[in-house]
Design a protein around this ligand. Structure first.
Ligand SMILES: [Zn+2]
Length: 516
C-alpha cells in the first residue's frame, strides 16, 4: 500500500524507489486538478463528498468510528498533510561516517548520553532541509534573477533581508538582467545556533584569536537537543573548519514539573525561576540544581526541594557563626586528639570524593557529599563531641587540636562548596579567613593521613544515637519530662570507642559505673 504522501513512510518509499508522485493537495490546502471532480475543494469538504458519493453508488458497506494514529501539528493540533515543495538541503549523509568517528572520541558527561548521538547518526537518512517558510528566522541571503531565475548571492560579511531590500548588485552574474526577486524563506533555526563555537571564537573576524580559542573545550546542553544542536554543531563546524568544535559534551536531563511531566509553555507548567530566586536566594537555587539529580537524569522542579536547599545553607551559615567564635589556628598542633584525627580522616574522604565529581563535571557528587558531611557528620556529631574542649580555656589538653581541626574542616567545606554556592561561601570566607576571595584559593588536596580513623564513623554515630534515644526514653523524676541532652546518664562506652572516651563523656555527660 503506497500513495503519494499519505504519511512519512510514503515519502520514504517514494524517495527510495524514485517513484513519480501524483500531488493531490496544493499549498493552499485545496485539492489539485489531479483530484478530478474534487479539484479546488478543501480536504474536509472532499472527505464528506467522497463518503456521499460512495453511498450514492452503493459502495459503502458501513460507517463507524475507529481509533487510529494521525500526525498533528504541535501548536495548532490540526492534522498534518504532506505536500512536496522545493527546498534547500545541506549535505550531511556523506559526513555521517566521519561524524561517527568523532562521536566516539568526544568525552560525554555522563557517558550514557553518547548513545543518543550514536542512535541519531544511525537514523540520518536524508540530507538536512535548511529552508523554512516562516516569518521569524534568519533570512536566506539570495536574490533570484527575474529573467533567468539564477540565484545571485551577495558578498559575505553583512546581514541581508532579501524579501525587503534591494540587492547589493545591479546585474545578474549570468544573463546581465537587472531585475530580481528576493528570497522570502528563512533558515532552519539550527543553521545559526550550530555555529556558536565559531561565533564565540571570532571565526573569519579575528584569525589570531580564532586559532588560539578554537576548538573550544565543552558544550553544555540538555539531552533533548543532542539530535539537533549538538549534531548540527558537529556537522557545520567540521564542514567549515575540518575540526570538531569541542572535546567534551555535558548533557543534562530535563527539568520536569512536580508530577514528572515535561515542562512546556503551551501546557503552562513551567516555573519562572526569578521569583524563586528572589524568595530563596541564588545560591539555594544553584545548590538545589546541583544536588537534585545525578548528571544527565531528569529532575523534578519542586519548590519544597529548593526550600530544603535553603535550609542547608542556613545550617551552613549557623555553623559558620559557631565556628567564628573560636580563634583560627592554621598550623597543626604537636598532638591531635583522636576525635580530631577521625574527622580529618573523614574530611580527606570528602575531598577525594568531591574532586572526583568536579573532574567529571558532575556537580551532584560534591553537592551531595558536602551536605552529608557538613550536616550529618560535622555538625551533628563532631561539633557536639568537641564543644566542651573548644570552650575550655587555652591551657586545657586538646584545646588547640580542637580549634585547628574545627577551622581546617570548615574552611575546606567552604572551598569545596564555592563553585556551587559562590556567594555564601565568599561571605563566610571573608568574615572568617581572609580578605582575598575564596575563588582564588587552590582547591584542597587530600593528604589523608588518618584514613584508617574512618572505620570508627559508623560506631560513633551508632553510639551517639543510642545515648540520645535512651535520654528520650527516660522520664526525669524531677521534671516528669524526658531527660534533656545535657542531663547525666549512665551508659558504658564500648571498648572499641575508648580512644574517644573524654570527648564522648563530656558530650553526653556520661556517668561511669566507677565514678558514681
Ligand atoms: Zn539572470
Amino acid at each position: 500500500m503506497v500513495c503519494s504522501y499519505g504519511d512519512k513512510n510514503d515519502v520514504q518509499i517514494f524517495r527510495e524507489l524514485k517513484l513519480k508522485e501524483i500531488v493531490v493537495i496544493s499549498e493552499n490546502g485545496r485539492l489539485t486538478e489531479n483530484a478530478g471532480k474534487y479539484a479546488n475543494l478543501k480536504i474536509n469538504v472532499v472527505r464528506e463528498k467522497i463518503i456521499a458519493d460512495l453511498k450514492e453508488s452503493e459502495f459503502l458497506e458501513k460507517v463507524e468510528d475507529i481509533m487510529h494514529r494521525t500526525p498533528i501539528c504541535e501548536r495548532s493540533k490540526t492534522p498534518v498533510e504532506i505536500i512536496p515543495m522545493q527546498d534547500y538541503y545541506l549535505k550531511q549523509l556523506e559526513f555521517v561516517p566521519t561524524l561517527r568517528e568523532f562521536a566516539s572520541k568526544i568525552n560525554f558527561h555522563p557517558e550514557i548520553h553518547r548513545q543518543i548521538l550514536l542512535d541519531w547518526l544511525d537514523a540520518v537518512a536524508i540530507d538536512w532541509p535548511i529552508s523554512r517558510r516562516r516569518f521569524y528566522g534568519t533570512e536566506i541571503p539570495i536574490w533570484y534573477c527575474k529573467n533567468c531565475n539564477t540565484a545571485n548571492l551577495p558578498e559575505p560579511g553583512k546581514y541581508y533581508k532579501p524579501w525587503m531590500e534591494n540587492p547589493p548588485f545591479t546585474q545578474c552574474f549570468k544573463c546581465r538582467s537587472s531585475t530580481f526577486v528576493g528570497e522570502e524563506r528563512t533558515f532552519d533555526t539550527w543553521m545559526d545556533s550550530s555555529i556558536t563555537p565559531l561565533f564565540v571564537t571570532r571565526y573569519e573576524k579575528d584569525h589570531e584569536f580564532h586559532c588560539y580559542a578554537y576548538p573550544t573545550k565543552i558544550r553544555p546542553q540538555a539531552k533533548d537537543i543532542v539530535r539537533t544542536w549538538l549534531f548540527y554543531t558537529m556537522l557545520r563546524c567540521y564542514q567549515l573548519t575540518g575540526q570538531m568544535p569541542w572535546s567534551d559534551a555535558w548533557i543534562m536531563g530535563y527539568g520536569v514539573d512536580e508530577r514528572g511531566k515535561k515542562m512546556s509553555k503551551s501546557k503552562g507548567n513551567t516555573v519562572d525561576p526569578f521569583p524563586i530566586i528572589g524568595k530563596y536566594g541564588a545560591d539555594a537555587f544553584r545548590f538545589w540544581s546541583a544536588a537534585e539529580a545525578n548528571l544527565g537524569q531528569d529532575f523534578r522542579c519542586s519548590e519544597q526541594k529548593i526550600e530544603e536547599s535553603q535550609k542547608f545553607l542556613t545550617k551552613l551559615w549557623n555553623i559558620g557563626r559557631f565556628v567564628s567564635s573560636f580563634n583560627v589556628i592554621t598550623s597543626p598542633p604537636n598532638k591531635l586528639v583522636s576525635t580530631d584525627k577521625w574527622i580529618i580522616g573523614e574530611l580527606g574522604k570528602l575531598i577525594t570524593g568531591c574532586m572526583r565529581g568536579y573532574r567529571d563535571l558532575n556537580f551532584f557528587i560534591p553537592a551531595s557529599l558536602i551536605r552529608e558531611f557538613t550536616w550529618n557528620l560535622f555538625a551533628s556529631h563532631y561539633l557536639e563531641l568537641i564543644k566542651s574542649r573548644a570552650y575550655n580555656n587555652s591551657e586545657a589538653i586538646g584545646f588547640e587540636s580542637a580549634l585547628y581541626t574545627l577551622h581546617k574542616c570548615f574552611s575546606t567545606i567552604l572551598i569545596l562548596l564555592s563553585p556551587i554556592c559562590p556567594f555564601i561561601t565568599e561571605k563566610l570566607w571573608k568574615e572568617l579567613y581572609s580578605a582575598n576571595s575564596i575563588h582564588v584559593q587552590p582547591l584542597p588536596q587530600s593528604d589523608n593521613n588518618y584514613e584508617e580513623m574512618c572505620e570508627y564513623s559508623e560506631r560513633i554515630i551508632e553510639f551517639n544515637s543510642r545515648v540520645w534515644n535512651k535520654k528520650r526514653e527516660i522520664i526525669s523524676k524531677q521534671t516528669g519530662k524526658p531527660l534533656s541532652l545535657k542531663d547525666p546518664i549512665r551508659i558504658d562506652i564500648p571498648p572499641d570507642l575508648q580512644i574517644f572516651e573524654n570527648d564522648l563523656t563530656d558530650m553526653h555527660n556520661l556517668q561511669h559505673e566507677t565514678s558514681s
